[in-house]
Write a protein that binds this ligand. Structure first.
Ligand code: ADP
Length: 590
């Protein structure tokens, strides 16, 4: 066992690995050849020594011994550079063959050794070395021929006359070239295909790595998706449970007014939550498919922050949360920028909503500062904070910190921050945070500062005062869903206006033909003729009839789309009574 190990180790190339292709195999072949020389050469050496000594050919004996010893050295000294070892062996072979040729004549082994040298050169060094070796041999044979021709040698070569010498040499050359050149070319081709194979292997390896990466990503996404589906189902079921449960309870006649109000409020809150969830999913898919567009307008930052404050302060009060909401608004400095107010507001609502959600006591402070041509909003809380190793997941889609959220009854889908990140990028801004577990977090959100002169905004204009006389006015509700129609009718009863109903476009046109209609509240998706076509027909009858689109197609950009189509205004479902009244008031007044 030890012997085989030693042999294997001895034949194992030291300079190259299998990856190096032909270089590895050349070294291996070389070592095997040397080993054969050492082993089989010992027999040849002994026989040759015996013959040389008995024939008193001392020179041959010395040359044999020297050559043999040097080959042994080259085989065992594997620290010497491979090329040097090959050249040494080839030179020794050459020296031996020429010596044998001279001393033993053309019948001796000299000429056979001479064939071996170019073959070995081809095998170990390549085509160029094979040609060089053949050329050196040819030159040697020509010189020796010259010596024979001119009878300049007293050596055994005289046994040949020049003609015989030329015949032997031509045969030698033919055999030598026929062996060494094909071998070297074969090896060259082999080398090329080994290299190609190596390249192929490498590219397969990279492709494999890429595939593995893609597989991991897909598996993670799949995992995330199933987690999120389960999460989403939970998020939908929970409010639905509240809505269905409390609407059943509302049927109970024994309920007092306070209970009725409470149940209705719960139903309303749950429904609003569901709506937010649906909007979030739509927003995220729009961001991811690149469909969301920035709608540049004048944004009054103070006004925007005030509106958000009003919205959250009532929420905190009604939830009876022990949190102070502190708006850091620089009242004296009116900043007005060009950006998309809805999207800025959406991000800030997400951030402040989270801060309140994840803070049980203390304060939530929000505001902004101007930094390097950016307006940098911040939302700082004294809440539960985020652990170091959870920090990377919160901007991921459906990324929620499960254990953390269990401490605090926080509902959510894990979509808010990824939507906020998408919106921030869309606005050419950024979003980031600092957080310490159990101490609190500060989220930052920046948008480019495209500041414009402060303008007079219309603060206090929409104050929902119903001073206008609606009595003479006729409002036509075009709606195929009876519940939605009833809701609109209910809202409008307070106004004393005359309310007409149509469930499809044709009936609506007929009513407009036969009666004086002032305002049409037009649903878009109707059976038969759709809302848009009905709009064109009504406008053909009378351009002055105000047609307001009222629809559940409530994605950003929809309002502009309907106005472009010719609608006078737009209101999205769910319709809030005060918003509808405000909107209609605008047209009744004029
Ligand atoms: P959601 O709030 O609906 O779960 P978000 O994407 O808004 O989804 O937030 C993702 C997660 O980031 C939250 O579930 C919560 O674990 C963590 N997080 C966000 N804001 C805060 C905050 N202010 N304090 C502590 N944790 C937060």
């Amino acid at each position: 066992m030890k012997f085989t190990e030693t042999i294997n180790r001895s034949f194992k190339p030291t300079n190259y690995t299998e990856e190096d292709g032909l270089l590895f195999w050349r070294e291996k072949f070389f070592l095997i050849s040397c080993f054969t020389f050492v082993l089989a050469g010992s027999l040849a050496y002994i026989a040759s020594m015996k013959a040389s000594i008995s024939a008193k050919l001392w020179q041959v004996a010395i040359i044999d011994t020297l050559t043999y010893l040097l080959v042994v050295m080259v085989f065992f000294f594997n620290k010497i550079n491979l090329k040097f070892r090959i050249y040494t062996v080839l030179s020794l072979g050459y020296f031996l063959s020429v010596s044998l040729l001279i001393y033993l004549g053309p019948y001796g082994p000299g000429i056979i050794w001479l064939i071996l040298i170019p073959f070995m050169a081809a095998l170990f060094l390549g085509t160029k070395a094979a040609i060089l070796s053949n050329s050196i041999n040819l030159l040697t044979l020509v010189i020796l021929g010259f010596l024979i021709g001119f009878h300049l040698t007293g050596l055994n070569l005289f046994l040949y006359n020049l003609k015989g010498w030329i015949a032997v040499c031509s045969n030698y050359l033919l055999i030598s070239l026929a062996i060494s050149l094909p071998v070297s070319i074969l090896l060259q081709v082999l080398d090329k295909s080994l290299r190609n194979e190596k390249e192929l292997k490498n590219s397969l390896k990279t492709q494999n790595q890429l595939l593995k990466k893609a597989k991991d990503i897909a598996e993670n996404a799949d995992k995330l998706k199933s987690i999120s589906m389960a999460n989403m189902a939970h998020e939908i079921r929970t409010p639905m449970n509240g809505i269905l449960g409390f609407s059943i309870l509302l049927f109970d006649n024994d309920l007092d007014k306070a209970q009725q109000r409470r149940y209705t409020k719960i139903i309303q809150q749950r429904a609003e939550y569901l709506l937010r969830l649906i909007n979030n999913i739509i927003d995220l898919s729009k961001i991811e498919s690149g469909q969301l567009q920035v709608e540049i307008e004048v944004v009054n930052i103070n006004k925007l922050l005030n509106e958000i404050y009003e919205m959250f302060i009532s929420q905190i009060e009604s939830a009876e949360k022990n949190i102070q909401l502190i708006p850091d608004i620089q009242k004296d400095k009116k900043i007005t920028i060009l950006s998309d107010a809805t999207k800025i507001q959406q991000v800030l609502i997400n951030l402040i909503g989270n801060a309140i959600k994840f803070t049980e006591s203390g304060a939530v402070k929000f505001g902004f500062k101007i930094q390097n041509n950016f307006i940098e909003f911040y939302v700082k809380d004294t809440g539960i904070g985020i652990q170091e190793n959870d920090k990377s997941i919160i901007f991921e889609r459906y990324g929620r910190i499960e254990n953390q959220n269990q401490h605090i009854s926080a509902e959510g889908t894990g979509l808010g921050l990824s939507i906020s990140m998408g919106l921030a990028k869309l606005l050419n801004g950024d979003i980031w945070f600092e957080s310490e577990a159990n101490k609190g977090s500060t989220f930052y959100f920046s948008v480019p500062l495209r500041e414009i002169e402060a303008i007079n905004d219309d603060e206090g204009k929409n104050n929902n005062n119903m001073t206008t006389n609606w009595k003479e006015k006729t409002i036509l509700i075009v709606e195929d869903d009876p519940i939605s129609a009833e809701l609109l009718g209910e809202v409008l009863t307070e106004t004393d206006a005359i309310v007409e109903y149509a469930t499809d476009g044709n009936t609506a046109i007929e009513i407009c033909k036969n009666k004086k209609v002032d305002i049409v509240l037009m649903d878009i998706q109707l059976p038969g003729m759709n809302g848009q076509t009905a709009l064109y027909e009504i406008k053909k009858l009378d351009k002055k009839i105000i047609v307001v689109a009222q629809t559940a197609f409530a994605m950003s950009g929809d309002k502009e789309k309907y106005i472009l189509q010719g609608f006078d205004d737009y209101i999205s479902k769910p319709i809030y009574p005060n918003i509808l009244i405000d909107l209609l008031n605008k047209y009744i007044e004029s």
